[in-house]
Design a protein around this ligand. Structure first.
Ligand code: AMP
Length: 383
């Protein structure tokens, strides 16, 4: 067990690292952050900040020597340099989990090999013919880059021969994955934690609404059959077990109109769809991450409220985006709501589609809370 007072290291200095720092420091741990860019959201609240490239192995080793355990909050950390710190400090989750989740083809193959449901897909090697994979999967299809894709970056939907030709051009020379386009009923996510002793807990299933591929709302409890929720949670537990996970893992799922679940993607870290746990759960996902990687018993994941809705606040709600933002959103409605909780990540430059913060609204029933949350979101843009 890694006791309070020790330092926990995190690779990546974004908002997930910042909220981890809040949770860790509250419990008496120190948080050290390793992040190439200066003035990062996590660095603002960390005890130590290392601003170097991930490939600077000597710097990474120095960072590792000062920590009792190291985790990550950013999925695209290169894996190779991590082999070097493995001998110095426990890396949790293990780099093999990270490597599996970094590449869509590897991730889907891993899931399939272990018997977990995935959307029908075909792999395309660099330089290989994309149109053949599209024929195999059938249209409409979604073409995604195999490496380092997130929030819809590097993906296109293809419905027509003309779009196939466009996709062939756009993805030329790249490794890709072609997926059947799923006319899903809804998107769900489950965050699961496992500690080194093998104790496992899941958070309540979140229902996620994306707008332009970016998470817009997380709604809890998910408005679906409780039996499907149990099934989703069971899937996440089995995935965590199959990985021998130590740490946190987010599993994103599609629920189709026949009531079937399929895993879309996984992230071995805290997740945007779990931010509501800060305000609606006995233990937040960030505290659970600390507990799991420090080898503490896991915290209770029961909700403290009947309903919670998390809303992302993107740079789009600032009037002037870019280097010289004009003014700020209209916070008055949100701040005057007695049950709305505002979280801002300390980012100085609001850009379109950049996650600047989020808010969580809690209440007695999910329909009312969702309606009020939408109204509060609209209010951010009011003059
Ligand atoms: P991803 O980057 O794979 O998480 O995709 C971002 C979002 O695009 C998902 O959350 C879905 O809303 C949508 N999407 C991705 N893949 C598919 C698919 N095969 N069928 C339908 N929608 C998809």
């Amino acid at each position: 067990m890694i006791s309070p007072g020790s330092a926990i290291g995190v690779l990546g200095g974004g908002q997930l690292g910042r909220m981890l720092a809040h949770a860790a420091t509250r419990m008496g741990y120190r948080l050290h952050v390793f992040e190439p860019q200066e003035n990062c959201p996590a660095g603002e609240v960390a005890s130590r900040e290392f601003n170097f490239e991930y490939r600077e192995v000597e710097r990474l080793k120095e960072f590792a020597r000062g920590c009792a355990a190291v985790t990550y909050e950013f999925e695209n950390v290169p894996v190779k340099p991590l082999w070097e710190i493995e001998e110095i400090v426990p890396l949790r989750p293990h780099w093999e989990v990270l490597e599996t989740c970094q590449n869509r083809a590897r991730e889907k193959n891993w899931l399939q090999r272990h018997g977990f449901p995935v959307v029908p897909f075909a792999e395309v090697a660099a330089g290989e013919d994309l149109s053949q994979a599209i024929r195999k999967v059938g249209m409409p299809a979604v073409v995604k880059t195999a490496d380092f894709g997130y929030d819809g970056k590097g993906q296109v939907k293809v419905r027509t021969p003309a779009e196939v030709a466009e996709a062939v051009k756009a993805f030329a020379g790249q490794r890709a994955v072609v997926e059947r386009f799923i006319d899903f009923k809804c998107e769900l996510s489950v965050i699961v934690a496992r500690n080194p002793q093998g104790e496992i807990r899941t958070f309540p299933v979140a229902e996620n609404i994306h707008t332009r591929h970016i998470l817009d709302f997380s709604i809890v409890p998910a408005r679906i059959d409780p039996a499907v929720q149990r099934e989703a949670a069971e899937l996440a537990v089995n995935i965590a077990d199959a990985f021998g996970l130590v740490g946190l893992l987010a599993v994103e799922l599609f629920l189709d109109s026949d009531g079937r679940l399929a895993v879309n993607e996984m992230a071995p870290r805290t997740h945007n769809s779990g931010h509501w746990t800060l305000d609606g759960c006995v233990t937040s996902q960030f505290e659970q991450q600390v507990r799991a990687i420090a080898g503490l018993p896991l915290g209770d994941t029961a909700m403290t409220v009947p309903a919670a809705v998390m809303v992302n606040i993107l740079g789009n709600v600032w009037k002037g985006q870019g280097k010289e933002p004009i003014g700020s959103p209209n916070w008055s409605g949100l701040l005057s709501h007695p049950r709305a909780k505002l979280h801002l990540y300390g980012k100085s430059q609001p850009r379109a589609a950049r996650k600047m913060g989020h808010f969580t609204l809690t209440g007695e029933d999910v329909a009312t809370v969702f309606k009020s949350a939408r109204a509060l979101k609209t209010g951010l843009r009011s003059p």
